[in-house]
Ligand binder design. Structure first.
Ligand code: GLN
Length: 473
């Protein structure tokens, strides 16, 4: 395992260089990816050329080079990179090439990063296992009979197999944190608006954020600091003044929503979670039970708000503007045939659901109610943060499940129970491995989720580095 910080130190010391690293990583991909399928595309040629440039730059300028000079990263394929295919793992965009860089891509490139490839995902980020990709499933590198999680499963698998030190994903309801948990990684979902969504394929515009999947919290912090900040192309990006400051402390009070954890959680995961709480107490932190009764409604509210936004956001894929076009006998027929052929089953399910909850007569009953629950959840959270500093839950109720095991969409949706309240309320959350559970003689990682108030990223990174990075270094 190489971290970004380790690679940077080795580049500056001259003990390795970007060409050697990129060649080694391309060899890892050539060996493991035919089985795992984390990548939809590998940019071997451009990556190698950029590595050569970076190597020269490092020789000439050393520590004066931008911090990510020669660091290879992989990007989920719903993030636009100029001149590269951006498919969203959907047939409807199979032939689409991005005409500009997403703001986060421009910032990563400006910091010197080498984009080594595009990673697989659930189609348009809808799913929790990467089984919904139109281009085939991705397998979990830690146990190839299991899913890597989703929807950023390709990004998680790419890091976990050692193909890149870090990758970027997007998180609408848990899609960075849940695959990070399944693959034994650190994952971070920023405060809504901290990171620009310009150049990301919109799923749920009031929920989506991009963030890193890494081996350490320090690496996640670094990547986040490069990607974050106001962007004139995204009016929802926030400034430092948007929210009150969230101070870091020596010891914290953690709040555990016990009632919320009572249902549907794997007993082994709960045991590991309770061990984690014991470690926190030993380290001098306070851990108290709190009540967040509305959080139990989170899943129901999310699966109304999200499809509503999906149905609106995906209206643009009509066969006229981008990608696939199936010609029908007239315009409406062309729309229908294009969308019928281009979208997979899960995407269609959500468009139908979203159109239904927004339709006249049902709008107030469903969408209006869900938005009300959402506002009340936010108030409930603000009240909780008056007495606790960080809210603690497992990241997912189970370890990685078997490929094909969750046939019922509702069972799949339940995997998001602990992650979706974070997106609905817009707060930041960090996940890192808290331990392992054994399934069929394989030790599988499980993640813990730390939730902070709006704009509390610094608090999460500080505690994460103390609790996790120190333990693994
Ligand atoms: N699993 C969730 C869903 O299917 C989350 C997806 C996401 O965060 N992109 O909606």
């Amino acid at each position: 395992m190489d971290t970004i910080h380790e690679l940077r130190a080795a580049y500056i010391a001259g003990t390795t260089n970007p060409v050697a690293v990129v060649d080694r990583l391309l060899a890892v991909i050539a060996e493991r990816d035919p089985e795992l399928h984390a990548f939809l595309e590998v940019y071997a040629e451009t990556a190698r050329a950029e590595a050569e440039q970076a190597a020269e730059q490092l020789v000439a300028e050393g520590a004066a080079t931008p911090i990510l000079t020669g660091i290879p990263l992989a990007l989920k394929n719903n993030i636009l990179v100029k001149g590269k295919r951006a498919t969203g793992a959907s047939k409807i965009l199979e032939s689409y090439t991005a005409t500009y860089d997403a703001t986060i891509v421009a910032r990563l490139k400006a910091a010197g990063a080498i984009i080594i490839g595009a990673t697989n995902m659930d189609e348009f980020a809808m799913g929790g296992s990467t089984e919904n990709s139109a281009f085939g499933i991705t397998k979990n590198p830690l146990d190839v009979t299991r899913v890597p999680g989703g929807s950023s499963g390709g990004s998680a698998a790419a890091v976990a197999m050692g193909a890149v030190p870090a990758a970027i994903g997007t998180d609408t309801g848990g899609s960075i944190r849940q695959p990070a948990s399944y693959c034994g990684l650190v994952g971070f979902k920023p405060t809504y608006g901290a990171v620009s969504r310009y150049g990301l394929m919109a799923m749920g515009s009031s929920l989506d954020q991009a963030g890193p999947l890494t081996h350490t919290v320090a690496d996640a912090e670094l990547l986040h600091s490069i990607m974050a900040g106001v962007d004139p192309f995204d009016g929802t990006t926030i400034t430092d003044e948007t929210y009150p400051p969230v101070p870091t402390k020596e010891t914290y009070t953690f709040g555990v929503p016990r009632q919320f954890l009572a249902d549907g959680i794997d007993p082994d995961v709960l045991a590991v979670f309770n061990d984690h709480i014991a470690t926190l107490k030993t380290a001098g932190h306070h851990v108290v039970d709190i009540e967040l009764p509305l959080f139990e409604q989170g899943l129901a509210a999310y699966y109304i708000v999200m499809p509503a936004e999906v149905s609106s956001n995906l209206a643009r894929y009509d066969g006229m503007r981008y990608g696939l076009q199936v010609r029908g006998k007239d315009l409406v027929d062309t729309y229908e045939q294009t969308r019928a052929a281009g979208f997979g089953a899960e995407v269609k399910r959500r468009i139908l659901l979203g159109t239904y909850v927004l339709s006249s007569g049902y709008y107030d009953a469903y969408y209006g109610k869900a938005e009300l629950v959402r506002r009340k959840m936010r108030r409930e959270l603000e009240t909780a943060f008056q007495t606790v500093d960080i809210i603690l839950t497992p990241t997912a109720p189970t370890p990685a499940f078997k490929i094909g095991a969750q046939e019922d969409p509702l069972a799949m949706y339940r995997q998001d129970i602990f992650t979706v309240p974070v997106n609905l309320t817009g707060v930041p959350a960090l996940t890192f491995p808290m331990g392992q559970v054994t399934r069929e003689a394989v030790a599988l990682p499980v993640g813990v989720q730390y939730i902070a108030p709006h704009a509390g990223e610094a608090r999460l990174f500080a505690i994460g580095k103390t609790v996790y990075d120190r333990a693994v270094s």
